[in-house]
Design a protein around this ligand. Structure first.
Ligand SMILES: Cc1cc2nc3c(=O)[nH]c(=O)nc-3n(C[C@H](O)[C@H](O)[C@H](O)COP(=O)(O)OP(=O)(O)OC[C@H]3O[C@@H](n4cnc5c(N)ncnc54)[C@H](O)[C@@H]3O)c2cc1C
Length: 541
């Protein structure tokens, strides 16, 4: 019999005062219908949620009956809070392994692996591997060390510059060319920062902090083209088990030994925090055959892909619109009207409607870029082919709501050197280091193959990639990436993408009002750093 203070749920799962005392540690409240879980290991959170679809009990009741009071679950309900606050360590993982496996198998399908997540740090990996790790669109959020705020020439153990050196890259041309790139970068950071500071002196209304940060960011932006794809970086990934599982399988299928090695290392760490959710990633029954399929398909398609010899290098970055729908306006307008109408989509598409009136009603009220364009814009699609430097590619590849694939990095499409470096009289050493890297790349390509040779290619060299996107993502990407604070290289690509869309669909493009088509002017970070100062002031220093 429930006591007088019991919380009655419609499910009849009443909680006594004693029950409430038990669950209080694990729920943000014990009596309201909305609550968050806390102080529980990921595996328990995931297993708990997996029960939702197969029970009429409330979640608190399930937590009590099936986990806290169930010895096989291995939870110590009376234990103090875990030192790290998220409850890991509360469960005797070894003892409870079978229990969680049974819950997940019994109550879920593949999607239960989305019910638990992990933060994974991956350090000292090449930029090539970082790109592979960031090539996940659903379920993983990456963040990577910035070439704008961090110097990349700090020497590591043995005084060696930070770039990938695997046994697969043993070639006499590799390390000397990589060292030359880092020597050039290192030698230029100081003098270039000085020149930038002379050209952009501190303003009266600016703090020294803001000025120094903005000028240093400009210098590091100008020099990043020297960094080779083998440059080591650090990144953090937050993701759910299912997304990690697929990422591990893709890494295991990679043609780069570094990525295949990472698959095993990442799996070993994830298996300590979300074991039940990544169990299949590399196993013989599921993961290994899936990876074999991906690798075999890559090899089979590569054998059929025609090659035309070294392409002519374009004089500058290029953005071509290779595909779009002539009837995009009709599609977007029909999709916009659909939820408010009782007509089928096809019928709406055939009606004669006031296109500009509908677009104005839909988009005219946007006051800034964070007012997201609605889904109707996902009914217009564009495919671009972009040829731009790898630095710009690195930035744009991180956009996820679209389809991107690149060709292998190489040196045949030419490179970009900012005219500003030449204006400061500092482009000589920069160009010489690039040339030396290009020679090393050619030697590596001939002897080790084009996939491994990518490590020697500096960010200044161009790569070609396709970019399939809906108009909604074009709005988001172009409004974000044309901001004056962005790196000029990707800013130029985003402006060109927007120009191409505006040429074919001026009325659809007209409402992307926060795209900045202006010329680059002042230091990219200057206004942002001043804003940071103002905010710090407001916060009291
Ligand atoms: C000036 C500038 C500096 C930057 N500096 C750095 C840096 O130093 N280091 C670094 O790592 N990155 C940096 N970035 C990249 C940035 O963090 C994003 O990774 C990148 O811009 C992808 O864009 P997006 O997150 O807006 O989303 P997209 O992938 O383009 O997706 C579009 C929108 O969909 C939604 N969305 C997509 N995926 C998710 C998700 N998993 N969860 C929730 N919502 C989602 C979001 O609303 C998102 O804005 C920088 C970007 C800019 C513009």
């Amino acid at each position: 019999m429930a006591d007088a203070s019991a919380v009655a749920g419609e499910d009849g799962g009443e909680l006594t005062a004693a029950d409430r005392d038990l669950v209080r540690r694990y729920c943000t409240n014990v009596d309201r219908r909305v609550f968050a879980l806390r102080n529980l290991p990921e595996v328990v959170r995931g297993a708990l949620f997996s029960r939702y679809s197969r029970t009429e009990k409330s979640l608190r009741r399930v937590l009590l009956d099936e986990f806290l009071l169930e010895p096989a679950a291995g939870i110590e309900p009376g234990g103090g809070p875990a030192p790290d606050g998220d409850g890991d360590g509360l469960v005797d993982a070894g003892r409870a392994e079978d229990f969680y496996q049974r819950v997940l198998v019994g109550y879920g399908d593949d999607s239960v692996a989305e019910l638990a997540g992990a933060h994974l740090a991956v350090e000292r990996v090449s930029n090539l591997a970082a790109k592979a790790l960031e090539d996940s669109r659903v379920g993983i959020s990456p963040l990577e060390k910035s070439t704008r705020y961090v110097r990349f020439d700090r020497r590591g153990a043995g005084g060696r510059f930070p770039y990938h050196r695997g046994p697969e890259l043993r070639h006499p041309a590799y390390e000397p060319a990589m060292d030359a790139l880092f020597e050039a970068y290192s030698g230029l950071v100081g003098p270039l920062t000085e020149r930038v500071r002379e050209a952009h002196p501190m303003a009266a209304d600016e703090t020294e902090r803001a000025w120094k940060t903005a000028t240093r960011a400009r210098a590091l932006d100008l020099l990043r083209g020297l960094l080779p794809a083998g440059t080591l970086t650090n990144l953090g990934l937050y993701g759910n088990g299912r997304a990690f599982e697929y990422l591990l399988t893709k890494l295991a299928a990679s043609d780069l030994p570094e990525c295949r090695g990472l698959a095993g290392e990442m799996h070993a760490e994830l298996a300590q925090v979300i074991p039940a959710f990544v169990r299949r990633a590399l196993d013989e029954r599921h993961g290994a055959p899936a990876a074999a399929y991906l690798a075999d398909a890559r090899r089979a398609v590569a054998a059929l892909a025609p090659r035309g010899g070294p392409p002519a290098a374009p004089p500058a970055a290029e953005v071509r619109l290779v595909d779009h729908e002539p009837d995009a306006e009709r599609r977007v307008v029909a999709a916009a009207l659909f939820p408010h109408s009782d007509l089928p989509l096809a019928a709406l598409g055939e009606l004669s409607v006031d296109v500009e009136g509908v677009l104005r009603a839909l988009l005219g009220g946007r006051a800034n870029r964070r007012h997201r364009a609605p889904r109707a814009l996902e009914h217009a699609h564009y495919t671009f082919e972009i040829t731009a430097n790898f630095g710009a590619y690195r930035d744009l590849q991180r956009h996820r709501m679209l389809s991107q694939e690149r060709q292998l990095l190489g040196t045949a499409l030419g490179h970009d050197v900012s005219p500003e470096l030449a204006a400061h009289g500092l482009d000589g050493g920069f160009r010489r280091a690039l040339e030396r890297a290009a020679e090393a790349h050619r030697a590596l390509e001939a002897e080790l193959g084009p996939a491994l040779a990518q490590y020697a290619v500096p960010f200044a060299f161009r790569v070609r990639w396709y970019f399939g996107s809906s108009l909604r993502e074009i709005y988001h990407l172009c409004e974000l990436r044309t901001g004056v604070q962005g790196h000029p290289d990707y800013r130029h690509v985003a402006q060109e993408m927007f120009r191409r869309v505006r040429e074919v669909h001026p009325r659809l493009a007209a409402h992307a009002r926060f795209v900045d088509m202006g010329e680059a002017g002042d230091l990219e970070r200057r206004a942002s750093e001043r804003r940071i100062d103002r905010r710090l002031d407001e916060l009291g220093g």
